[in-house]
Design a protein around this ligand. Structure first.
Ligand code: ADP
Ligand code: MG
Length: 165
């Protein structure tokens, strides 16, 4: 099956933040965003933008927790922010009631999502971040499933200024 794909680029953390904010404004309760990229690629930066787009107040400081896996923020709908850097196998998440989060009411954004590919819902928005020199990032969005296909034109229109090229 062919999924819609969008290849974008940003030229600094401010642009990644802005991209996240646009994405966040288009997300709906129940969405799952799987972030894939190395340390320093900009995953947390993107989540900070997504939080703003979901109307999480500026006073909520969004960052990756040092000794926890999950942060929750109240916005237009609840933002669940998972950071799986310290997870070694999907089994570790299964003990934590992950289903309630991944298949729940809020929006879930997962850093290092490729560590739990087997647990991800079939329908999710996959976002891969790759380095392009020091401050450039290539950010590829893939909408897996009909859920995202329906919103793709809105995505493209709103993210047009990040279009690669
Ligand atoms: P990750 O969560 O993927 O480990 P972070 O978002 O915590 O990454 O950190 C990204 C780092 O890269 C920050 O220090 C940020 O300032 C820097 N950076 C440089 N260029 C960009 C860019 N285009 N997008 C996002 N971050 C960037
Ligand atoms: Mg991070």
């Amino acid at each position: 099956m062919q999924f819609p794909e969008l290849i974008l680029s940003t030229h600094g953390p401010g642009e990644t933040l802005a991209l996240g904010r646009h994405m966040g404004s288009l997300l709906e309760a129940g969405d799952v965003v799987a972030l894939v990229g190395d340390l320093g690629a900009g995953k947390t930066c993107l989540v900070q933008g997504i939080a703003r787009g979901l109307d999480v107040p500026e006073s909520s400081y969004v960052r990756s927790p040092s000794f926890m896996i999950l942060n929750m923020y109240a916005g237009r709908c609840t933002l669940h922010h998972l950071d799986l850097y310290r997870i070694h196998s999907p089994a570790e998440l299964e003990d934590l009631g992950y289903r309630e989060i991944l298949y729940g009411e809020g929006v879930t954004v997962i850093e290092w999502a490729d560590k739990i590919d087997s647990l991800l819902p079939d329908e999710h928005l996959r976002v891969c971040l790759d380095f392009q020199e020091e401050t450039g990032r290539v950010i590829t969005l893939v909408g897996m499933g009909d859920r995202y296909r329906e919103r793709w034109e809105a995505f493209m229109a709103s993210l047009d200024r990040f279009a690669n090229g």
